[in-house]
Design a protein around this ligand. Structure first.
Ligand SMILES: Cc1cc2nc3c(=O)[nH]c(=O)nc-3n(C[C@H](O)[C@H](O)[C@H](O)COP(=O)(O)O)c2cc1C
Length: 470
């Protein structure tokens, strides 16, 4: 019987402390080398050895300063600060790999589509079609202040802006250059044909543009689109645009309901639900035996930082947890940070959460409690999650790095392969083809990006060619 294949991303960030905090102090941890090329190239090689579908890079463009009303706790524990640009890592990692994809987080709130679209196209060229974009709008007022604004836009408004942003990006990626615009004809001295390149004129509520896309067509044109917002508005946005969705919910029933809801919304919009892959966040501590894994976990735990975890979580939910007594229930005061994360511990939770419960649940200084077990136990747990919730795979957070990824590749991947749920080789083609099958280098016809394509439309619509650059 053919079993559903599990998809895997290595979840990381161009910084020292990502999800599990304090572990940079472990003697074997190398995350303080995050500012060297060799560190990232090594990581990319390990991920490709383990046939990972992608390296998924998070990003923020502010600092976590809600806890104790100060950035100091984050700075002391290196909680996503310092943080370097994630996109610039991609060419270095792509140069030493052939297959692994790159899902890179870029916040659209502070950058015009015209420039971001070119950067993505450039990386799609340089990686030969292995680039993906994790679309985020941010959740930090500190980022807004860095960009000269008093505060970030309201939660739901950010998604409205993002809808228009994507419409415009699709026009640039899909509609500006026709497939046969580039000739590279040396004999006739014609690199590209102006009549096949179209000026995009966009006059929207939030963006104005009158230009052609600056890059020639890349293998995938539109990068593979990732998204991670799980609020009501966030899910609607995901159902419209996303191809890969990152779900971070604590238990199977919640994940099951999010997966079903987003797939149903996508279907209602005319998209094939199979065109959306869902990834659950996961942290794993694995050993050759259960006892070895437990011992490793205790060793890691001795280096974890609950203070760092609270600094991170306070900014995520927009609530200063230092203002709460250890056993005081956390209230749901609506704000502009990560609404779904706050709802999960207040209005959507049967029992209200307290700071003590958050610390107890942390495990390794982060809000994602690790699964600790032998390779068989880890594999069985992952398979159960896929079978019971409808997810397609996992974004694996790092603990002590890079040994956590090495351990996973060495111990868990062979078991997943034996169980028939994990590939033994990469498929050829772009990231989108690897994820969705041969012939799928470009977005499906039912995706809103496809509406911006020129092919077949210029012939039908008289006058459109007036847009051509002649
Ligand atoms: C698993 C996960 C990963 C995320 N990664 C990032 C990130 O790297 N950068 C960022 O600015 N926001 C990130 N977000 C935040 C979301 O993009 C979104 O802004 C946030 O979840 C609030 O939207 P929501 O209320 O619709 O969930 C992430 C969210 C989740 C659940």
């Amino acid at each position: 019987m053919h079993r559903k294949q599990i998809r895997l991303n290595a979840f990381d960030m161009n910084c020292v402390g990502h999800i599990q905090h304090g572990l940079w102090t472990h003697p074997r941890d190398r995350s303080a080398s995050y500012n060297t090329l060799g560190y990232w190239q090594n990581l990319a090689r390990i991920a490709e050895r383990g046939l990972f579908d992608g390296i998924f890079l998070a990003d923020i463009v502010g600092v976590y300063d809600v806890y104790k009303d100060s950035a100091a706790p984050s700075i002391i524990d290196a909680v996503q600060i310092p943080v370097n640009d994630p996109l610039l890592l991609v060419p270095a990692m792509a140069a030493v790999t052939r297959h692994v994809g790159f899902g890179v987080t870029c916040n659209l709130t502070y950058e015009q589509p015209y420039l971001l679209a070119r950067r993505m196209s450039t990386l799609d060229h340089l990686t030969n079609g292995r680039i993906g974009w994790n679309i985020v709008t941010g959740y930090l007022d500190s980022a807004a202040r860095g960009m000269g604004r008093a505060a970030q836009p309201d939660h739901d408004d950010r998604y409205d802006v993002a809808d228009e942003y994507l419409e415009l990006a699709y026009k640039l990626w899909e509609g500006s250059w026709e497939d046969d615009a580039v000739l590279r004809d040396k004999d006739n001295r014609v690199y590209a044909r102006p009549e096949k390149i179209h000026r995009i004129r966009h006059h929207g509520r939030h963006y104005q543009l009158d230009a052609i896309h600056l890059s020639e067509p890349s293998p995938q044109r539109t990068p593979v689109l990732y998204q991670a917002g799980a609020s009501t508005r966030g899910r609607r946005f995901a159902a419209t645009h996303a191809e890969c969705i990152f779900v971070n919910a604590a238990n199977k029933p919640l994940v099951t309901s999010i997966v079903a809801d987003i797939r149903a919304q996508a279907a209602a919009q005319g998209r094939d639900p199979a065109d959306i892959l869902m990834f659950a966040g996961r942290t794993v501590v694995v050993g050759r035996t259960h006892a070895e894994a437990e011992a490793k976990f205790r060793d890691y735990q001795a280096h974890a930082s609950a203070e760092g975890g609270l600094a991170h979580f306070s900014s995520s939910i927009g609530v200063d947890l230092s203002r709460y007594e250890l056993d005081e229930p956390i209230r749901h005061d609506k704000n502009n940070a990560n609404n779904s994360a706050l709802e999960a511990i207040t209005s959507r939770s049967k029992e209200p959460w307290t700071v003590r419960r958050i610390i107890n649940e942390m495990g390794l200084g982060g809000r994602q409690k690790p699964f600790v077990g032998s390779a068989e136990e880890v594999a069985d747990d992952m398979i159960a999650w896929v079978e019971e919730t409808g997810i397609d795979g996992f974004n694996l957070s790092r603990t002590v790095t890079p040994e956590c990824l090495e351990d996973f590749v060495e111990l868990v991947v062979p078991i997943l392969q034996e169980r028939g749920v994990y590939k033994r080789d990469y498929a050829e083609g772009t990231l989108r083809e690897k994820l969705f099958g041969p012939g799928r280098a470009r977005l499906a016809a039912s995706h809103p990006a496809a509406r911006q394509r020129r092919q077949g439309r210029d012939q039908a619509v008289a006058g459109v060619l007036a847009d051509a650059v002649t």
